[in-house]
Design a protein around this ligand. Structure first.
Ligand SMILES: [Ca+2]
Length: 398
């Protein structure tokens, strides 16, 4: 951190040639042979698990991500957040679609990570998420796995619009429901019984349509998705220094300001299951969404494969190496961010081709520092360097 004239400034050094080459190599290698076409429908920007879920999807070579749609509440701001995330992780090849704007009755749903989202493009015309989903299904009938990790408003609307096309999804893997276990901050001791789960409670009618749609349904309820990301794992991620880790650090920090809870990786279980189903073994059940938002077990022909139990250890053994792996880099247009530099880590020396200083948005920085008195964004001028970092205020630091 450095201060120039009262304006908080962080300048980052980017070797465009080095990163461009490594980006091509690592990204193309990691996406060499995707076997699963997926679309993610997410309410990212609220709870923090969506960010880790999207991050895991980006680091899953099994997936060809056809698009990511925003769900619930302020879907425009969520779409902006997604755009920024994809740009900063070098994945602008993934389209972003904007879902239906729907808030809880009588109040506005606000985003804990709004500040990051507001750094995304404000004037982009996002395709309608329902149109996008149906168009993609028509293009790839029977091939698409829909990962639904938010309230299912967009899915319900797609069913209303064109149920026959919706039925041509290969499958839906969703985070939702509570079969025998309700919310809990602990993985031990007694847990209370089922309760309405958020994604379903937000739009009960939409969920009822999804559960009776006839599309093969894989349900990851509260019973199996309350996997905690504890402090040591978080520290490992946030010091990794990759573009993805930096984005996750910013989003996590903004989220953490409003809660004392340990992050729970609900949605990441959905992403993991889609490529590695052994991580959350399922059993056939018949589930009905009642009018209060409970997922009731019924006798009769199963309509879902449901995972009731998972192992945190097994999940994290899968999750952590993927999240920590290198391979995602920022786009080469001056938006590469490296928040790890703010955490006391000296950035790696780059070669002589390093040319460009970048600035980081002050509100993101202040979030990390737990301060709120920085409101300006300061730009740094490109400067000739010799492969070392410069202290903008008083010269070289090494
Ligand atoms: Ca979610």
């Amino acid at each position: 951190m450095r201060s120039i004239g009262g304006v908080f400034t962080v300048c980052l050094l980017l070797s465009s040639s080095v990163f461009a080459v490594s980006a091509q190599t690592e990204n193309s290698a990691s996406r060499a042979n995707p076997t699963e076409k997926i679309i993610i429908d997410t309410d990212i920007g609220g709870d923090i698990d969506d960010a880790f879920a999207v991050g895991l999807a980006l680091r899953s070579p099994e997936f060809q991500i056809l698009g990511i749609s925003s769900a619930w509440g302020d879907t425009h701001l969520r779409a902006r957040l997604l755009s920024r995330l994809l740009k900063e992780t070098g994945r602008t090849d993934i389209p972003v679609a904007m879902g239906i704007v729907k808030h809880p009755a009588g109040k506005l749903d606000t985003l804990s990570q709004a500040a990051y989202g507001e750094g995304g493009p404000a004037d982009e015309n996002y395709p309608n998420a329902v149109d996008f989903l149906l168009d993609q299904i028509r293009r790839y009938p029977g091939e698409i796995t829909l990962l639904a990790i938010g309230p299912e408003t967009n899915l319900g609307a797609a069913i209303d619009r064109d149920a026959a096309t919706f039925h041509r999804l290969k499958r839906i893997v969703l985070m939702g429901g509570s079969v025998y276990r309700g919310y809990s901050q602990f993985n031990y001791g007694k847990t209370h019984g089922p309760e309405p789960e958020w994604n379903i409670l937000c739009d009960i009618q939409a969920a009822q349509k999804v559960f009776s749609s006839g599309v093969p349904l894989y349900v990851m309820p509260l019973d199996s998705t309350q996997i905690k990301l504890q402090e040591l794992e978080r520290a490992e991620i946030f010091k990794a220094g990759t573009a993805l880790a930096d984005v996750l650090l910013v989003l996590y920090t903004q989220w953490a300001r409003g809660t004392t809870q340990t992050p729970t990786l609900f949605d990441a279980v959905v992403v993991a299951y889609a490529s590695h189903p052994e991580l959350c073994p399922t059993e056939p059940m018949r589930l009905r969404v009642d009018d209060q938002g409970y997922t009731r077990v019924e006798l009769g022909t199963p309509n879902a494969q449901v995972c009731l139990r998972s192992s945190s250890d097994q999940f994290l053994e899968f999750f952590m190496p993927r999240i920590l792996a290198p391979g995602l880099v920022g786009s080469a247009n001056g938006t590469r961010t490296r928040v790890s530099a703010l955490r006391g880590q000296r950035p790696r020396p780059l070669d002589d081709s390093a040319r460009v200083f970048l600035s980081y948005r002050a509100e993101d920085v202040s979030a990390i520092e737990g301060q709120t008195n920085h409101s300006s964004v300061a730009e740094c001028s490109p400067e000739k360097v010799d492969g070392t970092w410069h202290d903008i205020s008083n010269g070289k630091i090494s």
